[in-house]
Design a protein around this ligand. Structure first.
Ligand code: 5GP
Length: 181
């Protein structure tokens, strides 16, 4: 992922709140149809997914239990190493459950790859992944992302749960930061 220069202006809109709402309703509908008649365990990957998770969950009309998984990446912040530290684990057993993992963004895919391996070891009946955003040109591993909201370019994005240096998570849209000249 390429990060913005520290000298930047206010975020510009890349995906508006309206477009987010529309696409999330479509994703929710797809998930609801695919899982009709089943109960799901929805896992929110903290922190970046918390707004996406709460919005999509309210649009999925299925019996659902919610779990929260806290992760933070180790090492060099500019390039994901794939080494992931679990800062908050799920206490409930996932064995024989239908699990959907909700991510904010898949960049190199290394974080998701680690999480898939970690969750598969808990022997769920099924495991699918849903990411609001994906950067297909940055992917370094071949992992399944079953539901994707938007495919975007390599730019560093903020808002709607995503931060830059702890800021911008509360923006209602997905934005990008332009360097100031
Ligand atoms: P990956 O392991 O797929 O390279 O990285 C995934 C994680 O990197 C995401 O969960 C997110 O925390 C962070 N990340 C990747 N791209 C962006 C971006 O454009 N903006 C923000 N705020 N975080 C990003």
């Amino acid at each position: 992922m390429s990060k913005p220069a520290s000298n930047h202006s206010d975020p510009k809109v890349l995906i508006s709140a309206e477009k987010l709402d529309e696409r999330i309703a479509e994703l929710a509908n797809e998930i609801q149809n695919d899982y009709a008649g089943r109960e799901i365990v929805a896992i929110c990957v903290l922190k970046g997914s918390f707004i996406f998770f709460s919005d999509i969950l309210r649009k999925i009309d299925l019996p659902t239990s919610c779990e929260f998984l806290g992760v933070s990446s180790y090492g060099d912040k500019k390039v994901s190493s794939g080494e992931v530290k679990v800062t908050l684990d799920i206490n409930e057993p996932l064995e024989n459950k239908h699990v959907i993992l909700f991510e904010d963004i898949v960049d190199s895919g290394l974080t998701l790859s680690y999480l898939i391996a970690n969750l598969r070891a808990r022997r769920p009946a099924s495991l699918r992944t849903c990411s609001l955003l994906m950067k297909p040109d940055s992917m370094r591993v071949d992992i399944p992302v079953d539901y994707v909201g938007f495919k975007i370019g390599p730019e560093f994005v903020v808002g709607y749960g995503l931060d830059y240096a702890g800021k911008f998570r509360g923006l209602p849209f997905i934005g990008f930061l332009e360097a100031e000249h």
